[in-house]
Design a binder for this molecule. Sequence first.
Ligand code: CA
Length: 336
Amino acid sequence: MQASRIRTDIDFSADGKQVSWAHLPHSVHESAYGVIAMPIACIKNGDGPTILFMAGNHGDEYEGQVALTKLIRRLEPGHIKGRVIVLPTANFPAAMAGKRTSPIDQGNLNRMFPGDPNGTPTPAIAHWIESVLFELADVICDLHSGGSSLDYLPVCMTKRQVDPEMTRQAIAAVQAFGAHYAVLMDVVGEDRTSFSAGVRSRPRIVIGTEMAGKGTVGIEALRIAEDGVQRMLQHFGLWQGAPLVAMPTTLPTVLEVKGLAHYVYAPDAGLFEPFVDLGDRVVAGQPAGQVHFVDDPMRPATVSYFNGSGLVVCKRLPGRVVRGDCVFHLADELAA
Ligand code: CA
């Protein structure tokens, strides 16, 4: 694999607290020898596991970015045994623009793995994350929210791994995070370029969140993110001393997203009227909503239906849709 062009003055093997930037060369009209300066922190104290926390994979998903910015300010080496690496704004140009994708190359970081060291900024960042940061980590925690176009129940999630023992450990971590729901994502038809596809071939615990969204910073979602990050330090044994946040006493039920049958897409372009809301339970064959054609009032609305049964965990926000927009997705109790 070719070496990344991204450089940082952080020494990941050194004890102590280092907060700096990683520099991606970006020579443009306004800045001939310029770099994109991406914040990164490494807090290390002796031997122990390494957790990589990241947020801003999608730039308009804010709770994780706030939670990790606060973590960088508060976490000191004396608090932990091991190493915490924090990347609060992973797709930095997208995060600064408050957009899902990068304004420079329109790149969706979560669809760019394993990336390209010589590509435009987004694939170059993906390559650096996978080839440098993932290599350092035993546990990877990627904090997402619904973003501008989705609203989510607060969930912590993981995917089935090749090794059942790793899946068991990942599910235990997801439950310990303390979000309202623990979700096992399907790998059926998985996008091979997504973040977790990039790490699934290697034995690392990979977890993530989806919480709230709407392009805002939700008070409840931020609390869940901050507490969850702290619980991961406690759960994986890095945190020294008394727990800062109580671990969940009753573990959330594990739900599973079971393939395409759990997704509903807009059947036509128009104005979508939802029939159900987040947190509702639905059954296969139940109408999900209908698309109205407000420019042609006498044309009947087109109804869309759920193809599977379960809990509505994700809902599209904007009323206008085009055919193919995801309007809902479900999750259902894990098959025994
Ligand atoms: Ca996302």
